[in-house]
Design a protein around this ligand. Structure first.
Ligand code: PEP
Length: 259
């Protein structure tokens, strides 16, 4: 199965719109043409700047796309502070991150809520980057497979088997996010293989097509080995995506690892 690698840059709550604009112009100017797409995920306040600079850059959505870090599951209404999938589509977003561990841990998002968001994003035409992953206690307690099974089952239960292939999964062990402690390539590969086996129970065809990204302290110097694993199809990167040169280096490593 020939799956393309995807490099997703989660800027979290960083960058003002002017900084985002400068970043995109500089990154796009130096970005080599390849089969590895970059997806920029700025805070909502910088989405307009990123949308217009991506357009100006002429790289096109295949090389350089963008999306948001979250959305709600309703299309409009009395939901103060929220944005809908349709609002993101209106700005030209192609992707939306859902179920990031920071949303789960800090903002109390449940598997059920995330599942509704995944379905709503797909219905609006967005590609959800659906995040899953275990805490250190869960891993040490032998609960890795149980946690991933629950997250995948509930998070994708409203998605039809026919639509499953449209979802991108990001396996992000919570203990590796922002800590500098990266999963070993073997730990990551094992988890990805397990997740793919869960997806295959729904649809073998979709499981073969679906991109499963790894996230958690990915840096230019550990990227190649991770991306070279059979079931790892890209990276969701936080800290190392904030500087142009670092993201370019990550992109280069993804291209080098492209299968
Ligand atoms: C993330 O925010 O999804 C992430 C993986 O962060 P970091 O790369 O900084 O660990």
């Amino acid at each position: 199965m020939n799956r393309k690698l995807l490099l997703a840059a989660n800027w979290k709550m960083n960058k003002l719109s002017g900084e985002a604009r400068e970043f995109v112009l500089s990154y796009a100017a130096k970005l080599a043409e390849s089969s590895v797409a970059t997806v920029l995920l700025p805070p909502n306040t910088a989405l307009v700047a990123v949308a217009s600079t991506c357009k100006e850059s002429g790289k096109g959505p295949v090389g350089l796309a963008f999306g948001a870090q979250n959305c709600y599951f309703q299309s409009s209404g009395a939901f103060t502070g929220e944005v809908s999938p349709q609002m993101l589509v209106d700005l030209g977003c192609r992707y939306v991150v859902l179920g990031h561990s920071e949303r789960r841990a800090i903002f109390g998002e449940s598997d059920e809520l995330i599942g509704k968001k995944v379905k709503a994003a797909l219905d609006a035409g967005l590609t959800p980057i659906f995040c899953i992953g275990e805490t250190l206690d869960e891993r040490n307690g032998g609960k890795l497979e149980e946690v991933l099974t629950r997250q995948v089952r509930v998070g994708l239960e409203l998605v039809s088997d026919a639509d499953l292939h449209k979802v991108v999964i990001a396996y992000e062990p919570v203990w590796a996010i922002g800590t500098g402690v990266v999963a070993t390539p073997a730990q990551a590969q094992d988890a990805h293989k397990f997740v793919r086996s869960l997806l295959a129970k729904r649809s073998a065809q979709a499981a073969g097509q679906m991109q499963i990204l790894y996230g958690g302290s990915v840096k230019p110097d550990n990227c190649f080995e991770l991306m070279s694993q059979d079931d790892i199809d890209g990276a969701l990167v936080g800290g190392a995506s904030l500087e142009v040169e670092s993201l370019l280096a990550l992109h280069k490593e993804c291209v080098r690892a492209s299968k």
